[in-house]
Design a protein around this ligand. Structure first.
Ligand SMILES: [Zn+2]
Length: 338
């Protein structure tokens, strides 16, 4: 079998490696139908997160179950399944209240850019679709493994409700799907912050009513202007930089909510500024597993089409070009088919 390995900055290789096998009886082996490159994969790819040794890559996946361990009860060979980047038992106290990405037994799944994948805690982690999907549904189902679930969590954490005014900081795949999520949750006004034409277009298609191209303080001023000097009810932070986090907090009305899902890189909050901002902050690694049943239903019934964020599809053995295209912002998100 071949899989993706990152050797160092901008050095992605697709190489022969051992086929994963079941180690613990709670695991499953799945044959990958589709995987993709995540915006967060670009941090190590660009050398911002150091790469100490050759590292297997990929945490977004869906595919057909090939084999299950002896303790697996609900997942069966032949099923089409989707799982999250954190495997979870779905039974511990944190899972029970819907925070599966804080599961007491969580395990990172991070070798998915390959043709075969071992998934820990299969019963708790994997959710099967009603049937094996047609090929056209696979891109949208794949997004539920991370980006769509993360955009949905951002909107949920930001308390988006019918009639809300929402601002979305970040026009990557997560930000764009945050727009779609806010729309689906009934937001009346959705302000997308983007300066890229193709991304603005997709944001509008997903439900954005306004586009703000300014950033930083000017971006905040523009949001204030669009909301009669009050700020947005809900702001989705989908980048993870100091500038984007401050932009999100400052764009939120007193009493409003920030849902932050961009993995923070060097973000430091000033206590006094936070004190006087009067906003709710809620975020973190999205509990994607919580949303899988509902989101599978929405995709299955063609209510949402989040797969549109994939503007580049490549065979898996061209994964290096998939990273390059995203790094150079030629692609929003790359879908990889084994
Ligand atoms: Zn758990």
């Amino acid at each position: 079998m071949r899989g993706t390995i990152l050797y160092g900055p901008r050095d992605v290789r697709f190489e022969e490696r051992e086929i994963p096998k079941i180690i613990k009886p709670t695991e499953a082996i799945i044959r990958i139908s589709a995987t993709c490159v995540c915006g967060s994969d670009l941090w190590p790819y660009r050398g911002i997160n150091p790469v100490a040794q050759p590292t297997r890559m990929g945490h977004e996946y869906c595919g057909i179950v090939e084999e299950v361990g002896s303790a697996v009860k609900s997942i069966k060979p032949g099923q089409f399944v989707i799982g999250s980047f954190f495997a979870s038992d779905n039974t511990c106290p944190n899972c029970q209240i819907g925070y599966q990405s804080s599961c007491q037994n969580r395990e990172l799944v991070n070798t998915a850019q390959a043709s075969v994948l071992r998934v820990p805690l299969a019963d708790g982690t994997l959710v099967a679709t009603p049937d094996v999907p047609s090929d056209g549904l696979i891109p949208s189902l794949l997004t539920l493994s991370d980006v769509m679930g993360t955009g949905w969590f951002a909107a949920d954490a930001a308390n988006v409700k019918p009639g809300s005014t929402v601002a979305v900081v970040g026009d990557g795949a997560v930000g764009l799907l945050g727009v779609l999520s806010a729309k689906q949750m009934g937001a009346e006004r959705i302000i997308a912050m983007s300066r890229h034409n193709s991304r603005q277009k997709l944001a509008r298609e997903f439900g954005a009513t306004d586009i703000v191209t300014e950033r930083g303080d000017q971006g905040v001023a523009r949001i204030q202007e669009l909301t009669n000097g009050i700020g947005a009810d809900s702001v989705l932070e989908c980048v993870g930089t100091q500038e984007s986090m401050m932009q999100a907090i400052s764009s939120t009305r007193p009493g409003g909510y920030v849902g932050y899902v961009g993995v923070p890189h060097g973000v430091e909050l000033n206590g006094e500024q936070l004190f006087y901002a009067h906003v709710h902050l809620h975020g973190g690694p999205a509990p994607v597993r919580r949303y899988l049943p509902e989101l599978i239903g929405l995709v299955w019934n063609r209510k949402i089409n989040p797969g549109k964020v994939f503007d580049l599809t490549l065979p898996l053995d061209q994964v290096a070009e998939g990273y390059r295209a995203m790094d150079e912002r030629r692609a929003i998100k790359t879908l990889l088919r084994p």
